[in-house]
Ligand binder design. Structure first.
Ligand code: IMP
Ligand code: MG
Length: 176
């Protein structure tokens, strides 16, 4: 049996919902008259994307890309690869990448690069959370929910060794 990690409540569901509502209204305003293609980065972004799209009153399309950067544990391997590419044609589309968290930024910049090569007419980034203390890549986040401290976060889609994605609030994993 695995040892039980200690979780400390960091961001409550109401605060998450407020951030999601604000992001949705910014996106509704900026993409008025357009039909953007939202691309969620699996697996972590699935909860955020599901909540976000239900507040968009735009004719959105949704696709996913799955990339792999982390092995198991909390330390990035630094190497990113595409595990599942996008199926939708990207050329000429207004693409909005939806991320759960920007940590070092390595994964997200890789995804933006991968999609940029497919010649979208615009390419923007919406991230629920970011850890500015850890940024290694300079990259504008067009829509950001909130920043989090330099801790390992779980819940609301984010996992530790594939666990805790189902928690409705966000927690910091405490050092043992
Ligand atoms: P980056 O390449 O260092 O920015 O890491 C990006 C990916 O690592 C994110 O999309 C997450 O899937 C995962 N990740 C980074 N930080 C955390 C965290 O605190 N909790 C859970 N997953 C994380
Ligand atoms: Mg992710």
């Amino acid at each position: 049996m695995d040892s039980q990690p200690q979780l400390k409540l960091l961001v409550k569901r109401d605060e998450i919902a407020e951030a999601v509502a604000r992001l949705a209204s910014e996106i509704n305003r900026d993409y008025e008259g357009k039909h953007p293609l939202l691309i969620g980065v699996l697996k972590g972004a699935f909860v955020f994307l599901a909540d976000l799209v239900r507040q968009l009153d735009l004719p959105v399309e949704i696709d996913f890309v799955r990339v792999c950067s982390y092995g198991s544990g909390t330390v990035s391997s630094g190497k990113v690869r595409v595990v599942q590419g996008v199926k939708t044609a990207i050329r000429g589309r207004d693409v909005l990448v939806v991320e759960d968290i920007v940590d070092t930024g390595v994964t997200t910049s890789f995804v933006l690069d991968y999609l940029g090569k497919k010649k979208p007419s615009s390419l923007k980034l919406c991230a629920l959370t970011a850890k500015p203390a850890r940024f290694r890549v300079r990259m504008p986040i067009d829509y950001l929910g909130f920043t989090v401290p330099n801790k390992f976060i779980v819940g609301y889609g984010l996992d530790f060794n594939q666990r805790f994605r189902n928690l409705p609030d966000m927690y910091a994993l405490e050092e043992q």
